[in-house]
Design a protein around this ligand. Sequence first.
Ligand code: DGJ
Length: 742
Amino acid sequence: MRFVNSVRRTRDAVALSAIILILLCGSQHAAASVHFDKETNVFRLDGGDITYVIGLNRQGEVQTLYWGERLPENQQFPAAQAISGLSSFEMPVNTTPQEYTGWGGALYVEPDLKVTFPDGNRDLVLKYVSHTTGEDRIDILLKDISRDVYVTLQYQIDQQTGILRRSADIENRTKQPFTIEQVASGTWNLPRNTDYRLHYVTGRWAGEWSLQSQPIHGGKTVLESRRGTTGAQNNPWFMIDQAASDDQDQGRVWFGALGWSGSWAITVEQNALQDVRITGGPNSFDFAYLLKSGDHFQTPQFYGGFSDKGLGGTSRLLHRYETDRILPNSPSRKLRPVLYNSWEATTFNVDESGQMALAEKAASLGVERFVMDDGWFGQRKTDHAGLGDWYVNPQKFPHGLKPLIDKVHALHMDFGLWVEPEMVNPDSDLYRKHSDWVLNFAGRPRTEGRNQLILNLARPDVHDYVLQWLDKLLTDNDISFIKWDYNRNWSEPGWPAVPVEQQKNIYIDFTRNVYDILAQLRKRHPNVEFESCSGGGGRVDLGIMALTDEVWPSDNTDAYDRLVIQDGFTYAYTPGVMMAWVTDSPTWVNQRTLSLEYRFLSSMQGSLGIGANLNKWSPEDIALAKKMVADYKSIRETVQRGSLYRLRSPREGEQSITESVSRDGQQAVVFAFLHSSTENYPFPRVYMRGLDENATYALRPLAGKVASNTPTAATGAYWMHRGVDLELRGDFQAMGVILQRK
Ligand code: DGJ
């Protein structure tokens, strides 16, 4: 076999580094390890509690052999063997669990890569060439059987969580350009089982993050966005468990998440042998990418992991990975400050005196960051005009932003500002000057959403313009935070300025340029933090998360609706990035009236913000808010960085309960909500999780009352097995409890 020689070349180095690693680390879980067995051509990656095994079969295909619980170090794996097809209708390429397939030969399952060459040939069959290994990574080089198309499969395993990060680099070493028509980061193959359930989220504006669960049957389920951006309708994340347990913290779960903020697709497919495979990457709908001779195409990262601790344990693993590996400045990133945002209070009617008055009130509550939302620029009086003209509106701010920023600083808060850089209103100076800068097909109508069009960020001049004005804004003003909004999805995704065969590159180049602008701004202004917002939670994924510090999950700020939204959100993303504002009651969303305490407790499950019109708050409201803000500061480390347990889901029944346990195990916080009392039943007893059985914890209500016979201190075992009774009765009631380790 061709690959054996190159395999041998690296084997000594691999074996040596494995020995050195074991000697250095001492303990099995202390380090990730990567091992290659030259006899069997089997690669093994270990990290956290996970082992991932792949092998090279005789056909030179890279085959998944195992993904699950960490196995003993001395466990050998037999060599990979292609799995024979079922009949003449299912050739082995369709039944062999390959890590990466080119569309060619008799492939019918979802391919990872499909290309068209200039001569019309569309056959691509990828075979192993060589590999390299590092401490925690493997690169496997594949090549087409006859043409110089090279694909490097890149794997990196995280030592702490065992989460794998995968992507593929496609290189055109032929003499001519070719067109990529479909490209994925890779395929995950699950162990053979027929009782899998798929969990994913669906949504829409003001109704994001609805968790869906369904059995996996034969055929395909496609989660996707064709919108040019991540979208709220699906999110590029999934979990798959076995239907064995309904306990949140039990059962085997596999999960994946794409780091891509453009159109994307994740295809979950059960093949003819009932094996489940999941392929993910940029969406292939209307897609093409012209790859010139000598160029590389790097796919987005596709993250995948496994936990035997149920959906709850799996999301805790993901939260930790996001906090420690993905987010900017991780693992030592700052906790989220308590923020005030002007949007719901003033909408577009911002001005110097009005914002200063709100800032004074916000500061008196203990708020740490004051954010002025939409309305401060151009001729922005409504959503009909101004986007694109990023000068300070002289009527609203006759002396520029400086007096307001100085005032905010004098009140010991930092200052944040709203922008929407990718958009333009037709009623703007920018559009009057550069109407060719938007996505469009020549001579066709341009569909407006919220009276705005989308600037084609794929264009180098547009990229440069946006980077330049944002850079200047941050250079000229002492701004600590940018809320980056994006209030519509694509239409007419044309790019008439480039040759026809390159026009569809827009799907990739646009998103790459958004990332580039953010990366450059972060580099030039390292103290500025960013929030990803898209009319709510329309752009939340691990790609944008690597460049932003927090996200806005939804424009729906009804504190009861938020329980469900936040529940769905935290399956995939950490509460440490989940902004949650306390807003006015009745809410604009449902006209529902909720107590201020309830609204605070709901928001305190994430990163607390206040978005209400403070001018309307009574002295009693202000006093309560001060107390809640102070309490939040004493628990935010636990909420934002700790382990989240879902004790009762708001999607089922009349109660909702979450618990967060701090990383150091010193504190636990419970939030409990009663939607409606019925038939005089008591609130169910709360059995905590994740505590140290033998440690003693003192209990303090954060709000509300516990049953009178509740001890003021007890062991973790008591709180977990005997539990605590909460005095909750009525409709839309809420309370919180803090356990502090003694
Ligand atoms: C949509 C955002 O989600 C809101 O929070 C607010 O910033 C508005 N846009 C402003 O136009």
